[in-house]
Design a protein around this ligand. Structure first.
Ligand code: BGC
Length: 493
């Protein structure tokens, strides 16, 4: 009897051990599967120098085509390098102090420009205009009422000179065809915006109507894309600034080109001999860029499928969403977070780029920043250290690809300006004004971009290139441009 009991006990023990082993094998199998997914993603996102050079060459071809003729670039209406902006003159020393406002869709800034001491600008601002319902946002009433409220609450320092109309620098961070200094037609929306009736309309007209409705005695005296604003404020602070890049929610670059180097021309040459090329590089797409299935799905499910492909792999709006998609797939295919897929993992755009930046830059030994973000955002509380390390790796893959592609984009501009080499032993300083939250706050992204530019240019040329953070440069630049094109210019002289 005892023998039978022992036999049964042994058999049960063996069975239990077998279950444990099987469970472990299953778990190990899932982990292997999860790691395969990460490895495959990493390979698809790889940007060795050889690949970056292909990207660069393709971008240069597009830029040249865009400059050569109207419609020359394959990118049709939103040519990569086809949009000209006027090379606005910038304010210099004068005799008075006056106020100019700058307004974007996300931020309202009032700038007091001190004409006596060049460079002194006093700024008061309100942010977070994003936090409105879309139907409210869609309405001109909203825009007008926000402006009216802002003006009403401003302190005495920001009031315009009595008897004068207030002037506004309007930064617009979407593709437009600029028709004059203070007018431009919206070509399309990007970055998840979609108000169809606005496409094809003059954006300044719309804003002017909104201001009139609210009885605001104001006029737009400069209407600029954010890159132009950044270029203007960058150049205002440093004469060697020839290029501006926005790396924020979206991305774009603008640079100064010799007007006679632009074959398709645009009427008489400007007196300065220079023109600004507004480069919608976000819309760049290329065969050599290996897009992963996550990128393709993101694009297909976006409001603008097939558009803004470059932007969708390197700008702030999308990096977090790509990471989310990879994690979601790992949860589904390899039970990375357990037997069921945590519901929050399926929510589009729930993971923002600030969160992946914080996780990527977590230096705590147990990666507690990662743990808390995963818990707060996805409601997943049981991550092991090993899992957190994998999450950091995915954030890094996505950010490094984006940063290296941005570096290739910047090099394409330097190439166009002939500043990618040292000619005749002469080292010319090239300054690039950088604006946007991605560049400003995501340190690892910024470091990777700078290192990659160094790799691409070589030490000697790289030493003559300076990337300068131009914080709020796009807005301040617009206000400075409004000041320099004020209708009251010269009144007090
Ligand atoms: C827009 C550009 C803008 C850039 C940066 C892109 O999505 O197309 O016009 O300059 O974002 O804000």
């Amino acid at each position: 009897m005892r023998k039978v009991a022992v036999g049964i006990a042994v058999a049960c023990g063996v069975a239990a051990a077998a279950v444990v082993v099987l469970r472990r094998m299953k778990k190990a199998g899932k982990w292997v599967k999860a790691m395969e997914i990460v490895k495959d993603f990493e390979e698809k996102c790889a940007t060795p120098l050889s690949r970056l050079r292909q990207v660069l060459d393709a971008m240069i071809v597009e830029m040249q085509a865009g400059l050569a003729s109207e419609g020359g670039s394959k990118l049709n209406a939103h040519q990569l390098c086809g949009q000209f902006a006027y090379w606005f003159s910038l304010p210099t020393l004068g005799k008075r102090r006056d106020c100019f406002m700058h307004w974007t869709l996300v931020e309202l800034i009032s700038v007091c420009y001190d004409w006596y001491s060049e460079g002194r600008v006093v700024v008061s601002s309100i942010n977070n205009l994003w936090s409105v319902d879309s139907d409210e946002f869609d309405d001109r009433v909203f825009i007008g009422s926000k402006l009216a409220k802002f003006v009403a609450q401003e302190g005495p320092d920001f009031k315009p000179t009595p008897g004068r109309q207030r002037e506004l620098g309007f930064t617009f961070s979407f593709p437009v065809v600029q028709t004059s200094l203070a007018s431009g037609t919206l070509l399309k929306w990007t970055k998840g915006f979609s108000i169809n009736e606005a496409v094809g309309r003059d954006v300044v007209d719309e804003l002017t109507k909104a201001m009139e409705r609210h009885g605001l005695d104001m006029r737009v005296s400069a209407f600029v894309n954010d890159t132009i604003g950044t270029l203007a404020s960058g150049r205002y602070a440093d004469n060697d600034v020839v290029d501006a890049v926005i790396l924020g929610t979206g991305s774009k670059a603008a640079y100064v080109e010799r007007a006679d180097a632009i074959p398709k021309g645009h009427g008489p040459l400007p007196r300065s001999g220079e023109m600004v090329i507004n480069m919608e590089w976000g819309n760049f797409k290329l065969a050599h860029l290996l897009l992963s299935e996550y990128d393709l799905e993101l694009d297909a499910e976006s409001l603008n499928p097939g558009d803004q492909i470059f932007e969708k792999v390197m700008s702030g709006m999308y990096l977090g969403e790509i990471v989310r998609r990879v994690l979601n797939w790992m949860a589904k295919e390899a039970a990375f977070f357990g037997d069921t897929v945590p519901p929050k993992l399926k929510v589009l755009f729930i993971l923002g780029t600030p969160a992946i930046s914080a996780m990527h830059q977590d230096t705590s030994p147990d990666l507690k920043v990662v743990a808390s973000h995963i818990k707060d955002i996805f409601e997943i509380s049981n991550t092991s250290l090993k899992m957190r390390q994998v999450i950091v790796r995915i954030c890094s893959i996505v950010a490094m690809r984006g940063a290296r592609l941005s570096a290739a984009g910047i090099l394409s501009i330097l190439w166009n300006m002939g500043r990618d080499t040292i000619t005749g032993g002469e080292k010319r300083r090239t300054a690039i004004a950088m604006d946007g939250g991605l560049y400003e706050h995501y340190t690892e992204y910024r470091k990777c971009l700078v290192n990659c530019l160094n790799e691409l240019l070589g030490k000697e040329v790289f030493e003559s290139v300076v990337l300068k953070l131009s914080k709020d440069g796009s807005g301040i630049g617009a206000a400075i441009l409004a000041a320099s094109h004020s209708k009251y210019l010269g009144w007090d002289d």
